[in-house]
Ligand binder design. Structure first.
Ligand code: EPZ
Length: 428
C-alpha cells in the first residue's frame, strides 16, 4: 500500500486551486436518477468516491460519460454526463454501499422516479454508527412502504410518493438531500422542516431547480417543494470544496506560510475563518480567493462542531492540529459524531498534548510536534496527520493513503508546489 512521506518545517507559500466539493458532487450525481434526460456536471473533483458513485450508477444502468478535458490530458474542464434511461436496475448492492456510505443517496431518487429501490443498509463506520433511520422515516411519511430485509432497505411506492410535512428530529445532511430529491417528483407539496443548510444542499437544490424542480426556501432550514411530473436535463457546475479550502488554510496557518486559496467561496466558511482569526491567523478575502497567512505564532481557542452555519465536523481534526501547536489551551468539542477523535492517539504519538473527556478534547499547545509513522481510519483524520507532518520536526510517514484519495485531489502535488516536502511512495 502507498504511503505519504513528509519532511516538516517548510512554510507553505503560493497559490492552491481548490476543486469541486466531493460532498456536493455525490448527491448531484445521484440526482441524475431523477430524469431520463442528461445531467452534465462540471468542476467535478477527481476522487475515489466520485469513481465509486460513477461505478454504482453505471452498474444500475445509468450511462456515465466523461466529455471534454484539458488539452494536456488533465481532468480540469472535464464534464461528467449522466443519463438514466427509463429502465434502471433499482438495486444498490452491498459491495458498493459498504465502500461508500453516500451510496444511500440513490434511495430517494429511485423510489421517487421508479417506485422502488433496494439499497444495502450502509452500516456504521469509523466515526460513528451513522444510522439512516431519519431518511427512512421521512420516506415513510411520504407514503413509501419500507422493509428492512437481509441487510437491505426495500422501499416501495408503486403509485408514487405523496407530498408531506417532514420534520427531521435531528439535522441530517444526507437525509435532507435524499428527501429533497424524492420530493421533486412527489404528488403535491412537501415541507422539509429542520432541514440541514449546508452549502452542498443549496448546490443540490439549485441544480434541481435547473432541472425543473419547484423549490423555495433554499438555504434556509425549511424547504418547500412542489412536486412536478418529470424533471429534465441540465448543466451544473459543482460548488467549490470549503473543507479542502479549510484544510489548506490550516496548512498555511501552522507552517507560518502565506497561501492564496482559489476556487471555493470564503463566504461559506466564516465559522472556520472566525476560529482562525481567534487563533491569530491573518485572513483576507481577495478578489481571487482567500489569503491565509501567519507568522506561525498562534493562540489557543475553543470550538464546537455544529450543523452549518456552525463550525463543520469535517474540519475538527484539522483544527485540532492547529490547537496542538498554539500557545495555551484549547477546547475542541465534537457534537455531530460520537467517535470522531480517532486522530487523537496518532497526534499524541507525534507529541501533541490532548486529553479527551467525553465529546470534548482539551488540547494544550506544545513547542513542537515530532515526525512519526502514523495512520488514520477516516478521511479528515488522515489529512490532519498530513498537516501535523508539515509542521513536525523530522519525517512523518502516513499510511492508509486511500482515505486521503477519497477526498483530496492531487494532495501531494498541491502541497509541494507551495514548498512543502511531501511525496507518495508506491507500495509493493
Ligand atoms: C454528511 O454525512 C457528509 N457526507 C459528512 O462528510 C459530514 O461529516 C456530515 O454530513 C456532517 O456534516 C457527505 O456529504 C457525503 P448526517 P451524513 O446525516 O449525511 C445522525 C467527510 O469527511 N443521523 O448529517 O451521513 C448521524 O449519525 C464526511 O467528507 C441519524 O441519527 O451526515 C450523525 O450523528 C464524513 N440518523 C448526525 O446525524 C439518520 O438517519 C449527522 O449526520 C441520519 C443521521
Amino acid at each position: 500500500m502507498d504511503t505519504i512521506h513528509i519532511q516538516g518545517g517548510n512554510p507553505l507559500k503560493g497559490t492552491i486551486q481548490i476543486g469541486g466539493a466531493k460532498n456536493a458532487a455525490l448527491p448531484l450525481m445521484a440526482a441524475s436518477l431523477l430524469t431520463s434526460e442528461t445531467l452534465r456536471l462540471s468542476n467535478l473533483p477527481h476522487l475515489a468516491d466520485i469513481s465509486t458513485m460513477s461505478h454504482l450508477l453505471s452498474e444500475m444502468g445509468t450511462r456515465v460519460a466523461m466529455e471534454g478535458g484539458a488539452p494536456n490530458g488533465g481532468h480540469m474542464g472535464r464534464v461528467l454526463a449522466l443519463n438514466s434511461p427509463d429502465s434502471i436496475e433499482t438495486t444498490a448492492p452491498y459491495d458498493l454501499v459498504r465502500k461508500m456510505r453516500a451510496s444511500v443517496l440513490v434511495l430517494g431518487p429511485l423510489v421517487a422516479r421508479f417506485g422502488h429501490a433496494r439499497v444495502s443498509l450502509p452500516g456504521g463506520c469509523a466515526i460513528g454508527t451513522r444510522p439512516v433511520d431519519l431518511h427512512l422515516k421521512a420516506l415513510e411519511t411520504m407514503g413509501a412502504e419500507i422493509e428492512l430485509c437481509e441487510g437491505y432497505i426495500d422501499a416501495r411506492a408503486p403509485d408514487g410518493l405523496s407530498g408531506a410535512h417532514v420534520l427531521f428530529s435531528n439535522v441530517t445532511v444526507g437525509g435532507t438531500e435524499n428527501i429533497l430529491m424524492a420530493a421533486t417528483l412527489a404528488r403535491g407539496e412537501t415541507v422539509i422542516a429542520n432541514a440541514a443548510r449546508e452549502p452542498e444542499i443549496t448546490d443540490l437544490a439549485n441544480c434541481l431547480v435547473a432541472m425543473g424542480a419547484k423549490i423555495t426556501g433554499i438555504g434556509s432550514d425549511t424547504l418547500k417543494v412542489t412536486g412536478v411530473e418529470a424533471l429534465h436535463g441540465a448543466d451544473h457546475s459543482v460548488v467549490g470544496d470549503r473543507i479542502e479550502m479549510g484544510s489548506y488554510a490550516i496548512a498555511a496557518a501552522i507552517t507560518g506560510g502565506d497561501l492564496l486559496l482559489q476556487g471555493a467561496r470564503p463566504d461559506l466558511m466564516e465559522s472556520v475563518t472566525d476560529v482562525l482569526k481567534m487563533a491569530g491567523v491573518n485572513v483576507a478575502i481577495e478578489e481571487k480567493g482567500l489569503r491565509i497567512s501567519s507568522s506561525g505564532s498562534l493562540k489557543g481557542f475553543d470550538v464546537m462542531t455544529e450543523p452549518f452555519p456552525g463550525f463543520p465536523t469535517d474540519m475538527q481534526a484539522q483544527m485540532m492540529v492547529l490547537a496542538s501547536v498554539a500557545d495555551g489551551a484549547s477546547m475542541v468539542t465534537e457534537s455531530i459524531f460520537e467517535n470522531r477523535f480517532m486522530h487523537v492517539p496518532e497526534l499524541v504519538r507525534m507529541g501533541a498534548n490532548i486529553n479527551v473527556h467525553g465529546s470534548s478534547a482539551i488540547v494544550r499547545g506544545v513547542g513542537h510536534l515530532s515526525g512519526a509513522q502514523v495512520m488514520a481510519t477516516d478521511l479528515r483524520a488522515s489529512v490532519s496527520l498530513v498537516l501535523a507532518g508539515l509542521v513536525a520536526k523530522g519525517e512523518t510517514v502516513v499510511s492508509r493513503v486511500y482515505h486521503l484519495d477519497r477526498g483530496y485531489e492531487r494532495l501531494e502535488e498541491k502541497i509541494s508546489s507551495c514548498g512543502g516536502i511531501i511525496e507518495r511512495v508506491k507500495g509493493q
